[in-house]
Design a protein around this ligand. Structure first.
Ligand code: ATP
Ligand code: MG
Length: 249
């Protein structure tokens, strides 16, 4: 019996973005499949965040295409890419420090201009959903606390809960464990696994190799703006090209 791989979720073809003379993303052609926890790893400066920014419309690529579930989304603005089903978090966590946890949840899915108008107010249905998600990530007891007073790990959980407010099919996380204490790293890992069991596709940039190796189904390794190796964690860990990119051996 042949087993077919899951359908393609997110694909890029020749994706390229330079900053001055630096080719941050350099002709990256990658396929991430539906229903998997995909990891994107690589040394500092290898273009992972720039790749995320090109995919999610924060940055317009110089060349190449981004396709999501068979639909071209290259160069679309971030809110339209979000509407297509892709949610994301940021390497440097983005929450509004002077808003409460609950207000942050309610503004998470609002366009910037509406955010200024209505602030953190929400309909009863939205508020209900926000509270359920805060319970899910384990920070519901902090609902009325200003985000600035949360630990960095709690802010990351808040950001993840905010991403879930948009009901994304695919969730892109840029270093979810970065700067987070070990107890909360465990909780973030469990959440990713549970959400994946419920059908969400993940694309996770992460330097914490224990997390990457234990969590992901498929690992893509970036070096100098493009993939140099990919496969299941066990194969990638033993790949000489990966050791060379990381360790220079
Ligand atoms: N806005 C920018 N302007 C100029 N250069 C940039 C910009 N963003 C990224 N770069 C450069 O592009 C390259 C790739 O950076 P990027 O942040 O995408 O790497 P990364 O893989 O996410 O690294 P890290 O693991 O440290 O987060 C680096 O050389 C970086 O200095
Ligand atoms: Mg980065």
């Amino acid at each position: 019996m042949t087993t077919h791989p899951p359908p393609r979720s997110l694909e890029t073809e020749g994706l390229t973005k330079s900053f001055g003379g630096v080719r941050a993303v350099d002709g990256a052609t990658v396929t991430f499949r539906h229903g998997r926890i995909n990891a994107l790893i690589g040394p500092n400066g290898s273009g992972k965040t720039t790749f995320f920014n090109c995919v999610t419309g924060m940055i317009r690529p110089d060349a190449g295409t981004v396709t999501y579930r068979g639909q071209q989304i290259t160069g679309r603005p971030p809110h339209r890419i979000a509407r297509a089903g892709i949610g994301r978090s940021f390497q440097l966590c983005r929450v509004f420090p002077r808003m409460t946890v609950l207000e942050n949840m309610l503004v998470a899915v609002r366009p910037a201009r509406l955010r200024d108008l209505v602030g953190g107010a929400g309909s009863p249905a939205e508020t209900d959903k926000a509270r359920r998600l805060l319970v899910r990530v384990g920070i519901d007891h902090l609902e009325n606390v200003e985000a600035a007073n949360l630990s960095y790990g709690q802010q990351k959980l808040l950001e993840l809960a905010g991403v879930l407010m948009g009901d994304p099919d695919t969730i892109m996380l840029d270093e979810p464990a970065g700067g987070v204490n070990p107890a909360l790293i465990g909780r973030i890992g469990t959440l990713i696994r549970e959400l994946n069991d419920e059908g969400k596709t993940f694309l996770v940039v992460e330097h914490n190799m224990d997390m990457v190796m234990s969590l992901s189904h498929h690992v893509v390794v970036f070096d100098r703006g493009r993939p140099i190796a990919e496969g299941p964690p066990s194969a990638v860990r033993a790949d000489p090209r990966v050791l060379e990119a990381y360790l220079g051996i």
